[in-house]
Write a protein that binds this ligand. Sequence first.
Ligand code: IPM
Ligand code: MG
Length: 368
Amino acid sequence: MTNPSLLILPGDGIGPEVMAEVRKIIGWYGDKRGLNFDVSEGLVGGCSYDAHGTPLTDETMEKAQEVDAVLLGAVGGPKYDDLDFSVKPERGLLRLRKEMDLYANLRPAQCFDALADFSSLKKDVVAGLDIMIVRELTSGIYFGEPRGIFEEGNERVGINTQRYTESEIERVARSAFELARKRNNKVCSMEKANVMESGILWRAVVSEVHEKEYPDVELSHMYADAGAMQLCRWPKQFDVIVTDNLFGDLLSDAAAMLTGSLGMLPSASLGAPMANGRPKALYEPVHGSAPDIAGQGKANPIACILSFAMALRYSFDEGTEADRLEAAVEKVLADGVRTADLLGEEGVNPVSTSEMGDAIVAALEASL
Ligand code: IPM
Ligand code: MG
């Protein structure tokens, strides 16, 4: 049997540093668990622009379509702020999402016990929090046409279009209901049906899918603004939240902060099953490229490492090994190992990116 294949795209800023720690974890699974991957590496974002004049080459795009899973670090940085929109680092990431048709973006927000004090919210509001945001990722206002900046009379007008087809809503709704069945069986769908026709359709289609295929799951609806408020007020009322591309972008950042640090949160972007039964998949941390701390060994590699845990679970059917990796992260945090982002202003003795990776490998080793 051939090994499953992984394409690693470390990207920009802290991407390469955090990905180096993921490679240690991948190495450990090969050595100690007989889980070997064929790993290849490529460029995405600003580093690809520097090398090739484009944030994603056709060759890398093709490779991403062929492999069993893509792991991505982060893209972007101030160096690229003045680039033409069409070659900005973010365009590389958006092209991957769109061409791989990764319509379901899973963003778990989980509060680790050891970090409950670290949230800006009160401890009892966040302790034990475990919610999953399912963000539609390949349509909506991110991709709708018409779009652009046009002349109208004697001024310019900027246009983006929110557009959703029934089938786009149906498939992401199914992803959310399927996930809910494996969790606490609750889905809350968020849109703005009070002001947007696309929201009216969203609500209707989610309700139809629910009625026909998932009547056993508890479904509720919320306007996205009220949902944002409820996320800050009492986040533990939620299990799975399903929402569109733009609302999901905003709500997932807010949910991320509930847990204390953006440096902790992984994501999986999944598409339709490939011929081998595995879903098209890309895994990436929710945090960005953090140019202010890049290259200093300060970054927290946990979000990227937990993204690999999601790959084990969702692409490779290795749920037990994913649990092992998540438990190793929890153990290390419980032991008080902290990167700088988990210490706050007065924090002393942070560990480096690579020391955090080593500690997690040691915890994996201890789990055998
Ligand atoms: C995210 C990011 C991206 C998005 C950017 C980098 C294009 O904010 O993954 O949430 O807006 O989707
Ligand atoms: Mg975002």
